[in-house]
Design a protein around this ligand. Structure first.
Ligand code: ADP
Length: 584
């Protein structure tokens, strides 16, 4: 209940901020409509009383009441037509407002949370429900108007007999209760389908990505994937149909009770008149009020049906904002002068039973070129995530000259760090943006960027692609690069940023050995003056390193220079021998 009240508060706050004019006008129009709806039966009763044999002196009053009644009839629709036309514009504003709200929040979500599939489901649901709040707002106004109308009409009907009020109210209950129950079921169903929907979208996506389409054709499993997609959707459609049928059947009962109460009330009014308890005029007014009351109750039920539904959708939107965000530290990062110390660090991914890091200890000195090697799954990438502060240790600490990463204002730390990820991103932007995005202020420095590209990608690259301003990616009619070329662009992006520390995770995995050798031999020059950490499962890269950290099962197995480690005859020597066999 508390959550519901809080979320309704959020919706009203956000609607007021997103479309203030439309918000205020709607409130005004609905106040007018509610007032006129209540006045109409009151005035009608008055008119009938005055018309039923009133003395001549009352004629003025009668005319006044008729005029007011007429005014009430036209007032609401006119106000509606005049002020409610801004709905489309409000929708566009709502899209912008809620879109901004989601993007700003997404940027702060803790990266660990992104590892959790539930986060992706929440994102999908929130994204689909972004503009729903405007509907909720409109329904809420309509609900308030219907409720005010009902209360007013209840007062009118109550003047003739309180029983009529209670039977009218009773009529409301079964429909409302069943709706609340079914909405709960529907929402649970909808939420349970998020991951199925995501899987279905993923499978559909496989048919629009050229890599997967090529592979499925050559390997001949297109039909298998089509069947898998069909099966995912068929199952969902089957469940949905079954539940809808069940709901429709049960809803009929609510409608039957409503109509029975309606019939009972008409009969009762007739009985009251026949028994001489109310006059003919009062009977007519009572019937009119009761018909309006019944209509308003019907509206109330219908709108409650709708509002419970839209509320649950709004809940999907606001639930997204409960995902943990990055807890930022308060200390400003002071560029380290001596060393980064990693002390007894432990880390486990959410939803995983095994620890990825199990008491990691090591030091990296300023200006050192360190290579981290180890077999797949030994924890190298996880280590790099903790080193750069994007993940925080569950136990232990990562210190930059004694400053703990969890206490640092991460933005101040990131300003000095550059990272090239193993799964590098191919931005479908211009080549200049692909590189310059890591230091936007210098993006216009063509000479420096060309020089960097010549080093990373070779002399011919720029000539071949047609300059820095070429659009990349076929999706936007741009130039498509090879996997290796995209990786070189990612390396250039990492080196473009003016940082103290560069962390490169498998930076040459998509390059052929000759190009890899060429880049790595120039590397020392390109990162001169910086501290660098290169992660690789290939040991060929290690000869030139100041220090090699060998990882095994989430810990440092050994540490030293190439020759030292070969002589020790441990894990490094074993990997070296294994890999040397490929080239014999
Ligand atoms: P490496 O880079 O040495 O191949 P990783 O750091 O990627 O190793 O992985 C270390 C361990 O953590 C592995 O057992 C891997 O399965 C697990 N792991 C990596 N990423 C995730 C993740 N996102 N969620 C759960 N477990 C993960």
């Amino acid at each position: 209940m508390k959550k519901t009240i809080r979320y309704i508060g959020y919706i009203l706050r956000d609607c007021r901020r997103a479309f203030p004019v439309f918000f205020a006008m709607n409130l005004g129009v609905d106040a007018v409509r509610a007032a006129t709806a209540v006045m109409q039966p009151l005035l009608l009763a008055r008119i009938l009383e005055l018309a039923g044999g009133a003395p001549a002196a009352e004629e003025g009053r009668l005319a006044g009441a008729i005029a007011l009644y007429g005014l009430c009839l036209v007032c609401g629709p006119v106000a509606d037509a005049m002020f409610r036309s801004g709905s489309k514009n409000a929708r566009v504003r709502a899209e912008k407002y809620f879109g901004n709200q989601m993007t700003a929040f997404s940027a702060k979500i803790r990266l660990e949370a992104l590892e959790n599939p539930e986060t992706l489901d929440k994102f999908g649901r929130a994204n689909a429900s972004m503009t729903n709040q405007i509907e909720f707002f409109e329904q809420m106004l309509f609900l308030s108007r219907s409720a005010v109308t009902c209360i007013g009409l209840m007062a009118v009907v109550g003047r003739y007999s309180p029983v009529l009020v209670f039977t009218g109210l009773f009529a409301l209950c079964p429909g409302l209760l069943s709706k609340i129950y079914f909405e709960k079921r529907l929402t649970a169903f909808r939420r349970s389908q998020s991951s199925v929907l995501r899987r279905s979208a993923y499978l559909r996506g496989l048919f629009s990505r050229k890599e997967s389409v090529r592979e499925m054709r050559v390997m001949g499993f297109g039909e298998y994937l089509t069947d898998k997609w069909k099966e995912t959707n068929a199952e969902r459609a089957r469940d949905y149909r079954k539940m809808n049928l069940d709901i429709s059947k049960k809803q009929v009962w609510g409608i039957i009770v409503l109509n029975l109460c309606y019939a009972f009330n008409i009969g009762l009014s007739f009985y009251l008149m026949a028994a001489g308890r109310i006059s003919m005029g009062a009977f007519a007014a009572c019937l009119s009020a009761f018909t309006a009351y019944d209509g308003a109750l019907g509206n109330l039920i219908a709108i409650m049906f709708g509002i419970v539904h839209t509320y649950h959708i709004a809940e999907d939107y606001y639930d997204y904002f409960t995902i943990p965000t990055e807890e930022d530290g308060t200390e400003q990062y002071r560029p380290f002068q001596n060393r980064i110390s990693v002390r007894n660090v432990r880390f486990r991914y959410s939803g995983s039973s095994e620890e990825a890091l199990r008491g990691l200890d090591c030091e990296i000195k300023k200006g050192e070129h360190v290579v981290i090697v180890g077999e797949n799954g030994s924890g190298k990438t996880t280590f790099s995530k903790l080193l750069t502060g994007v993940y925080l240790p569950a136990e232990g600490e990562v210190l930059y000259d004694g400053q703990r990463t969890d206490r640092l204002c991460r933005k101040s730390l990131y300003r000095h760090i550059s990272a090239v990820q193993q799964k590098f991103v191919r931005y479908r932007f211009s080549l200049r943006e692909n590189i310059g995005i890591s230091d936007v202020a210098r993006m216009g420095d063509t000479a420096a960027m060309e020089q960097l590209l010549r080093r990373v990608a070779g002399e011919d690259f720029l000539k071949r692609v047609g300059g820095l301003d070429v659009q990349l990616g076929r999706e936007f009619n741009g130039l498509e690069l090879s996997g290796g070329e995209w990786q070189k662009v990612a390396i250039a992006r990492g080196l473009w940023k003016d940082s103290d520390i560069v962390v490169l995770d498998e930076p040459t995995s998509a390059l052929d050995p000759l190009v890899e050798y060429d880049i790595l031999s120039k590397f020392a020059e390109m990162i001169r003056g910086k501290t660098s950490v290169i992660i690789s499962h290939r040991v060929g890269i290690c000869r030139a390193a100041d220090r090699i950290i060998v990882m095994k099962e989430g810990r440092v197995a050994e540490c030293g220079k190439h020759q030292e480690l070969l002589q020790t005859g441990g894990e490094y020597a074993r990997i070296w021998r294994e890999q040397a066999k490929w080239y014999e």
